[in-house]
Design a protein around this ligand. Structure first.
Ligand SMILES: Cc1ncc(C[n+]2csc(CCOP(=O)(O)OP(=O)(O)O)c2C)c(N)n1
Length: 654
């Protein structure tokens, strides 16, 4: 059975003339034992909520996963798909991509991410089990990780968090083959990985990854452990290849015809490319049917569950929000609009969460050790702890990257909607995971406060400058920079309403006036940008701004009016949503008058809204340490500068 996996990997990589045959050939025995004896899955119902999760963190070995899905009977992963490995439009992309085929639990390839996703999945399993009981939720999360995954920094955060939470149903199979791309791993690493995992509270053991009895026994022990488990599987990369086995040459390239012929001989696999004999196919299909009875029993338990519990479980799995969630947001939005408080948008966000958390129980809050600053913990949210998963707030610790990647895993698992906070400047510490959330179209909400020089005294290390521009450049990530409580509530509504994208809320530390007052109608943030204050009379200038600089733009509008110049203020809380509006709407909002943008951030990207001849009042370098008000003056992000810029444009025009 393992040789079938090896042969398919060799053949598909050869046909594509691209890919990594070594890892699938090395881990074929481990994967075979896992899928034929331990993993609980049902190809006929790949979305079965209580299936075990299998994560191929070493995503370059994607053919291992495709081979497994094909042989065990996942309908979408046909032989044709294997033959079209790495080709445009195939389900078998270079690295496993979530959404391309059922059974691909997460997108992997950026090493270490899968491991950290799996921590989130294992956490989600515990949280749901605490809510719905182990009759409905009781599964394991298995990971295949390579040396690369364990060398990555994110592995430290992930391992540490999993150990702390005692996620005992998380089992990592490390492909301990001492080879990475540059050669033997001793070129660059000499960690005692077992000691490292043990130090984080894991069960650890080392086995021969080609000894099927040893693999199965170790998996059995891991499943019974009261801690997360690491099984170091000593393997030979490209097992069976006559000259390339055990060497880095088995990485990143087809083996070549003579090497493949030699491997077929050594492995005793005389069959032509892509041919798996019926007898072996039958064994694999039998393995794939192992879960059917368990699935049947699970369905019966679900049917027998009390109607309310059953409905709630299914609602959560579907990702549908409870019926009254919009009212909860609406009531806070109205409160902001009528009471017009002067509040930081991080505080407004906290108030939105206070209203949402009681009605949306699937929300899992959290922060990377900045709970009080990020305002992420809603009233009544109990902390999640090892041994007590009934809470809904995660103290992720100072592990931004691990947090973001775990949130992806939580969202992928289903049943829970994660949001988590840190300072906007530390978006850099989680960027690879934010990017993957966007690529995988997952509903994850990144709450990023202290969004500009407006944070003040902490200085340039903590003041984001280029971050908004760089985050806005990530496709399918909605970056919101709300100007007040009303826009903050609207941003939260949009972040939760649609399931196909992550959102990032950039929120202020400093207080801001409410600019959207009085009765509110539609969610105006949904358009991405809108005219907040139209000019009195024919527009002569359009002032574009976001977040905390809306206040400055409005003051500039008044100052220009005093000089007899009619200016409009356009609030642009979400560029991506604005870009999706039709041309007529965009043209109407932006107008034809000269434009000045003001944002306490890099001007990068604003060009496209300014058009030729526009002007930008923004940051040209890093910030500084001082009280916020002084910094705004020092860096010239003021109403006076906006007026000056507008007058300059009008002069030039006349
Ligand atoms: C973050 C990241 N950095 C670099 C790479 C490129 N890369 C792909 S595989 C690999 C080596 C991985 O070595 P290992 O995990 O030991 O896999 P094996 O050699 O066993 O196949 C590298 C550096 C990547 N995919 N992700």
């Amino acid at each position: 059975m393992a040789n079938a996996l090896r042969a398919l990997a060799m053949d598909a990589v050869e046909q594509a003339n691209s890919g990594h045959p070594g890892m699938p050939m090395g881990m074929a025995d481990v994967a075979t034992v896992l899928f034929s004896e331990h993993l609980r899955y049902a190809p006929e119902d790949p979305d079965w909520p209580d299936r075990d999760r299998f994560v191929l963190s070493a995503g370059h070995g994607s053919m291992l996963l495709y081979g497994l899905l094909h042989l065990t009977g996942y309908a979408e992963m046909t032989l044709d798909e294997l033959k079209r490995f790495r080709q445009l439009g195939s389900r078998s992309a270079g690295h496993p991509e979530h959404g391309h085929a059922k059974g691909i639990e997460t997108t992997t390839g950026p090493l270490g991410q899968g491991l950290a996703n799996a921590v989130g999945m294992a956490l989600a399993e515990r949280l749901l089990a605490a809510r719905f009981g182990d009759g409905l939720v009781d599964h394991h999360t298995y990971v295949i990780a390579g040396d690369g995954c364990l060398m990555e920094g994110i592995s430290h955060e992930a391992i540490s968090l999993a150990g702390h939470l005692k996620l005992s149903k998380l089992i990592v199979l490390w492909d301990d083959n001492s080879i990475s791309i540059d050669g033997a791993t001793d070129l660059s690493v000499s960690d005692n990985q077992l000691a490292r995992f043990a130090a984080s509270g894991w069960s650890v053991e080392r086995i021969d990854g080609h000894d099927t009895d040893a693999i199965s026994a170790a998996l059995g022990r891991a499943r019974r452990s009261d801690r997360p488990s690491l099984i170091a599987c000593r393997t030979t990369i490209a097992f069976g290849a006559p000259t390339k086995a055990g060497t880095a040459a088995a990485h990143g390239a087809a083996l070549g015809a003579s090497e493949i012929t030699g491997a077929r001989e050594r492995l005793g696999w005389p069959f032509p490319p892509f041919v798996v004999p019926d007898e072996i196919r039958a064994k694999w299909l039998t393995a794939g049917r192992r879960g059917a009875a368990t699935l049947g029993a699970w369905r019966q338990r679900l049917d027998a569950a009390p109607a309310e519990q059953r409905a709630e479980f299914l609602r959560r799995q579907s990702g549908e929000l409870p019926a009254n969630w919009r009212q909860a947001i609406e009531s806070v939005r109205n409160k902001f609009a009528t009471e017009a408080p002067k509040l930081a948008t991080r505080q407004c966000s906290g108030m939105v969460l206070d209203a949402l958390a009681p009605v949306v129980p699937e929300l899992l809050g959290g922060s990377a050790d900045l709970t009080g600053s990020n305002n992420t913990r809603a009233k009544g949210q109990k902390p999640v702890a090892a041994g007590d998963f009934s809470g809904s707030y995660m103290f992720y610790g100072v592990r931004e990257h691990g947090m973001a990647s775990a949130m992806n895993g939580i969202a992928l698992h289903g049943g829970i909607i994660p949001y988590g906070g840190t300072f906007l400047v530390f978006a850099d510490y989680c960027r690879p995971a934010i990017r993957l959330a966007a690529l995988m179209e997952q509903r994850v909400v990144f709450v990023m406060t202290h969004d500009s020089i407006g944070l003040g005294e902490d200085g340039p290390t903590h003041q984001p400058v280029e971050h908004l521009a760089s985050l806005r450049a990530i496709p399918n990530l909605l970056v919101f920079r709300p100007a007040d409580g009303v826009e903050t509530a609207e941003a939260w509504e949009l972040a939760l309403a649609e399931r196909k994208h992550p959102s990032l809320l950039a929120l202020t530390r400093q207080g801001l006036p409410t600019v959207r007052r009085g009765p509110q109608g539609e969610n105006r943030t949904a358009r991405g940008a809108y005219v907040l204050a139209e000019s009195d009379g024919l527009r002569q200038v359009t002032l574009l701004a976001t977040g905390s600089e809306i206040e400055i733009a409005l003051a500039a509008r008044d100052a220009l009016a005093a000089k007899g110049i009619a200016a409009a203020v356009v609030s642009m809380p979400c560029w991506t949503l604005f870009d999706r509006q039709d041309a007529a709407y965009r043209a109407e909002v932006l107008g034809t008058a000269p434009r000045v943008a003001v944002e306490a951030a890099s001007p990068f990207g604003w060009e496209r809204y300014l058009g030729t001849g526009g002007a930008m009042v923004g940051m040209t370098g890093f910030g500084a340490s001082a009280p916020a008000e002084q910094l705004y003056k020092h860096f010239g992000i003021t109403a006076e500068k906006v007026v000056e810029a507008a007058l300059g444009l009008l002069d030039r025009k006349s």
